[in-house]
Design a protein around this ligand. Structure first.
Ligand code: MG
Length: 262
């Protein structure tokens, strides 16, 4: 069942989302050569707790026989696609770091991801991967209007990405979000458009393209969580929580600077 939200409920989600945006601004400021993902994770968790909010990813149920997710943030470097664990390895110039953060504030969730380039010297094709992934997210968002189809989002993302020679991960998809972190419907980043479910005012979706430099195929490491590319080439990930309103898509997880411009 798809739970649509009232404008008042969307405002509550925007409060959770604004905190996610603040967390990303903090992570962005720390994502430099020599920093560790454990340090960034700890700083973000501290910020969330200082607001009386809850780090939404901590304790998310794992697959059968796998521990619950043990950290506030997912930290996925280079060939790690999503769900990587923070660790004490210093980040190096030229790496890319995908950070995924969720919060719960007064019972409502926000969820967003960004990929940061570490340092200045990065392979131009890897920089293009990051830029194209972010642009692809916005290609999807601009179609989030009442009366369009849910499948239009993934079709736009896939078309944009594949025209530039990159590939779309199939195994993981975006999702509805509200008083649960993951709600119906699933939001694939690929496929034919103009079919299936129609978008309606009050739907809130987390759209999250995961885009690879090489093959779209992925596998899960022995920790039961970390998803990596099968060919070991880099992967990027951008995500926003977006409400469909009569005035158009409303991004609920902007960083403070982006909020001013949106
Ligand atoms: Mg998500």
């Amino acid at each position: 069942m798809i739970r649509t939200k009232t404008p008042k409920q969307i405002d509550k989600m925007a409060t959770a989302g604004a905190l996610v945006g603040e967390c990303h601004a903090l992570a962005r400021s720390m994502a430099k050569p020599g920093a560790t993902t454990a340090e960034i994770n700890a700083a973000v968790e501290k910020l969330i707790e200082s607001r009386g909010a809850i780090a939404a990813f901590k304790g998310v149920k794992g697959a059968p026989g796998v521990q619950d997710f043990p950290f506030a943030c997912c930290m996925s470097v280079d060939e790690r696609v999503v769900h990587g664990f923070p660790n004490d390895t210093p980040l190096r110039e030229g790496q890319i770091l995908s950070v995924d953060i969720g919060t719960r504030v007064n019972g409502w969730y926000g969820d967003a991801a960004r990929t940061f380039i570490i340092g200045e010297k990065v392979d131009p094709r890897v920089k293009e991967l990051v830029d194209v992934t972010e642009a692809a997210l916005y290609e999807g968002i601009r179609l989030m209007l009442p009366g369009n189809y849910l499948t239009d989002i993934g079709h736009a993302i896939q078309t944009y990405v594949e025209a530039r020679g990159f590939s779309v991960v199939r195994d993981l998809v975006g999702h509805g979000i509200g008083q649960n972190l993951h709600e119906e419907p699933q939001v694939p980043n690929y496929g034919e458009g103009r079919r299936g479910l129609k978008l309606r005012e009050g739907m809130v979706l987390a759209v999250e393209p995961m885009i690879n430099l090489g093959t779209w195929k992925v596998k899960v490491l022995d920790d039961g969580w970390t998803v990596v590319t099968q060919d070991g080439q880099p992967s990027a990930h951008f995500e926003h929580t977006i409400a469909i309103t009569k005035d158009g898509p409303r991004i609920l997880t902007p960083e403070p600077e982006q909020a001013a411009n949106w």
